[in-house]
Design a protein around this ligand. Structure first.
Ligand SMILES: Nc1nc2c(c(=O)[nH]1)N[C@H]1C(S)=C(S)[C@@H](COP(=O)(O)OP(=O)(O)OC[C@H]3O[C@@H](n4cnc5c(=O)[nH]c(N)nc54)[C@H](O)[C@@H]3O)O[C@H]1N2
Ligand SMILES: Nc1nc2c(c(=O)[nH]1)N[C@H]1C(S)=C(S)[C@@H](COP(=O)(O)OP(=O)(O)OC[C@H]3O[C@@H](n4cnc5c(=O)[nH]c(N)nc54)[C@H](O)[C@@H]3O)O[C@H]1N2
Ligand code: SF4
Ligand SMILES: [Mo]
Length: 692
């Protein structure tokens, strides 16, 4: 008898898309052997990904098969909060319980006391907002204003150039000057960094504008370490110099902009001396930056959401977005500004989300950035919360209020997640979610111009369900009989885009499904606004914005000081401006329960300038207390000149329960909102730091 060799595992490669809230939206080659994901690689044939992934997703099997994955529906059996205990129940029992409570609450208090709470933990079009939105619209639940990340900047930018559009990142390799403005590309926009480096090899000069000498800033040719929340002043100072020294493109301004005379007057109020005092930098830096910008072409500004997290966050993006129209940088394919590309996609959100299912009058809106305050004080009181794609107990500002709100005994909370997060500890019913490798989805991007399909690579683990199927089943349980609740995931993919839009010429769901990814049908190697044609009401770059005037806001760019300003009386007590940007190895709180990445980030840390540390008797590696009137958290001090004086930087976002003191940086952040679109002000936060 011959012994046959073991059969080779049945291996196949499945086309995926990274669902995380990251501008790069990589295309993935997922290798599956015997029904298990064994390898995840960046697709080599997808130009933006170019075969490269960040380390987080390159080790994705560890996340999918993490021993803590939730595999069954659970019901809480003890008190809410850290250490909460749960028992297993069936899906039928879980859905029946939720439907029963929702019916009771809707009858007694009105359906708008039920609040959905979700963000971009899953950024696929289906996972982010499709069947879930239909469900809550039909229920008549409160609407959620999704402001926690980008709403202020997006609005300021839209007021100026008309939408989430800008230069095509592919072209940036030909730029001669690249300004990375509040963007730590190496950490949070890796594939743009690859292109910027190529530009540098071809001779481009790179300037980083960031309070910290980040990994990105240290690799640039120049770094301007301004104080947080002062970007609009710096941009106005640049305008002042550009105007004073006549480094303007008068023809571009005359043809393609609105309100130049008014802007000039405004900019005249920002001479370099004044701007230097506001930003905490030298006049030489301002003059040099303006001259470099006014005399180099092509000149590209890659900005990001780091500058939209202070009181004037909307104005910050608005003011920066004015710059390329002054110098005519838009004339070059490698010039202009880019915040987000998401406005280029003809998404059919009315079909996906079905707002027409909402009752009239339309239910109230709850701002996700003030969930703590709203859980404690909104009227009528919030009676039920359904959390998915988000971990608010760890990520929402002013955590003491958030925690007190979630701890309310009379609040009915459902959480759907892959893991028992800090938020899950407050759930009455905790439901298991699939990873994107267990579900179908279709993706746009906010960093490039491609569409992608995410094919399921493996069967759902345990009894986990995707968001779509969860809300499909819950709709059935509630007796919602509209045909749209029977749409399959493939139906939803087909409905996600307006395929008749010229930007999708030649595309269809079937074709995309077969090919895996496709570039939008937009001209390549072209400057989108070389001849104007901005998607604003006037078709011009609007230095003067009637839209803002109509909202009672300043129609012109201006500097709005941080609410917790270092030059205010509050600073006598709390002199350090705390910023809490993403850690390289975490993605918000996702991956922050991974042993590999926790080991790499070591422990919660706060970075202090040697001058600030010495003044407080703090040595490197000392345990310290970071506090203000809202609360405190503990961290290890990293004493480094990478952080400018007057600023403290704590990388985020740690799970509270995985932090030594059971808290994280959002203990001290504030629920105050931005100038535009009710955004969160995470980086507008004065603190003091002392030894523990
Ligand atoms: N590795 C990793 N990647 C991520 C994320 C993550 O958590 N980890 N998160 C994702 C998400 S949700 C988002 S929104 C993006 C966030 O990424 P970005 O949009 O780039 O925003 P931030 O990381 O908040 O800030 C970027 C840089 O701005 C600096 N900064 C802070 N305040 C100011 C300021 O007032 N002015 C200026 N000029 N600079 C300032 C910070 O020090 C930081 O280096 O990244 C995404 N990508
Ligand atoms: N201090 C401070 N706070 C911040 C920030 C900061 O820079 N500093 N950044 C802010 C920003 S920019 C953002 S975007 C927010 C992000 O905050 P969140 O949107 O809450 O992001 P995550 O913390 O990654 O949580 C996403 C959760 O969704 C889960 N999830 C993933 N996929 C699915 C799915 O398909 N279905 C379901 N049901 N769940 C899924 C993940 O497991 C994870 O627990 O945080 C904000 N908070
Ligand atoms: S998190 Fe960003 S860089 Fe990493 S794989 Fe996903 S899209 Fe790519
Ligand atoms: Mo974000």
């Amino acid at each position: 008898m011959t012994v046959s060799a073991p059969k080779p595992a049945l291996t196949r490669v499945v086309r995926g898309a990274c669902p995380h809230d990251c501008p790069d939206t990589c295309a993935l080659d997922v290798t599956v052997a015997d029904g298990r994901v064994v390898k995840v690689a960046g697709a080599a044939d997808h130009p933006p990904t170019a075969g490269v992934l960040c380390t987080k997703v390159a080790s994705y099997p560890e996340r999918i098969y993490h021993p803590d994955r939730l595999l069954h529906p659970l019901r809480r059996v003890g008190p809410k909060g850290p250490g909460a205990r749960f028992e297993r129940i069936s899906w039928d029992a879980a859905l029946a319980c939720i439907a029963e409570r929702f019916r009771q609450i809707a009858a007694a208090d009105g359906a708008e006391t039920i609040v959905p709470y979700s963000y971009a933990g899953n950024s696929g079009l289906l996972g982010y907002g499709s069947m879930d939105r239909r469900f809550f619209h039909r229920l008549g639940a409160a609407q959620l204003d999704r402001t926690i990340c980008a709403s202020a900047g997006a609005m300021g930018y839209r007021a100026t150039i008309g939408g989430s559009v800008g230069f095509d990142a592919d072209n940036v390799v030909d730029a001669r000057l690249i300004i990375l403005w509040g963007s730590n590309s190496v950490v949070s926009n890796l594939h743009f960094w690859r292109l910027a480096q190529e530009a540098r090899r071809r001779g481009a000069h790179l300037i980083a504008i960031d309070p910290c000498r980040t990994t990105t800033a240290e690799k640039c040719d120049q770094h301007i370490a301004l104080l947080p929340g002062t970007d609009s002043a710096l941009a106005l100072g640049m305008m002042h110099v550009l105007i004073r020294d006549d480094l303007l493109d008068h023809d571009y301004i005359a043809r393609h902009t609105l309100g130049f005379d008014a802007l000039r007057q405004r900019a005249m109020a920002y001479p370099p001396e004044r701007v230097a005092a506001i930003c905490g930098i030298s006049t030489t830096e301002i003059e040099g930056l303006a001259h470099a910008y006014g005399t180099t072409r092509p000149a590209a500004i890659r900005t990001n959401y780091g500058i939209n997290r202070t009181a004037g966050g909307g104005m910050a993006l608005r003011t920066v977005a004015c710059l390329p129209a002054l110098t005519g940088a838009w004339r070059d394919a490698a010039g202009g500004v880019l915040l987000s590309t998401s406005g280029n996609y003809p998404v059919n959100s009315a079909a996906l989300e079905r707002p027409d299912l909402m009752p009239t009058p339309t239910p109230r809106t709850i701002n996700m950035s003030t969930i703590g305050r709203d859980l404690l004080h909104a009227q009528p009181a919030i009676k039920a919360l359904f959390v998915y794609n988000s971990n608010p107990v760890a990520v929402a500002p002013q955590a003491q209020e958030v925690v007190r709100g979630f701890a309310r005994d009379d609040l009915f909370t459902v959480v759907h997640d892959l893991f028992q997060t800090d938020t899950a500890d407050y759930a009455d019913i905790l439901l298991p979610a699939t990873s994107h490798m267990e579900q179908l989805d279709i993706h746009k991007s906010y960093g490039h111009l491609h569409l992608q399909v995410n094919q399921p690579a493996i069967a759902p683990l345990g009894e986990a369900l995707p968001n779509t199927e969860l809300f499909r089943r819950l709709a059935r349980e509630m007796g919602f009989s509209e045909a749209c609740f029977a749409d399959s995931d493939e139906d939803l993919c087909r409905q996600a885009f307006d395929w008749s839009d010229p930007r999708l010429a030649g595309q269809s769901w079937e074709r995309l499904k077969a090919d895996g990814h496709a570039r939008l049908n937009l001209p390549q190697n072209q400057a989108p606004f070389a001849h104007g044609g901005f998607p604003t009401p006037s078709g011009k770059c609007e230095f003067y914005s009637q839209m803002l005037a109509d909202l009672g806001l300043d129609p012109l760019p201006d500097f709005i000081a941080p609410r917790e300003w270092r030059q205010s009386p509050l600073a006598a007590e709390f002199p350090l401006a705390l910023i809490t940007p993403p850690a390289r190895n975490f993605l918000n709180t996702s991956f922050a329960n991974s042993p590999r990445f926790l080991a790499q980030e070591e422990s919660p840390a706060v970075h202090l300038n040697p001058a600030d540390a010495t003044a407080r008797g703090i040595a490197d590696d000392h345990p310290v207390r970071i506090f203000n009137r809202r609360g405190e958290f503990h961290a290890r001090a990293v004493v480094t000149d990478r952080v400018r004086q007057g600023v403290a930087m704590a990388t985020s976002i740690w799970w509270r329960k995985l932090s030594p003191d059971g808290r994280n940086c959002n203990e001290v952040t504030s629920q105050a909102l931005t100038d535009m679109a009710g955004g969160a002000t995470f980086y507008d936060c004065l603190v003091e730091v002392t030894c523990l």
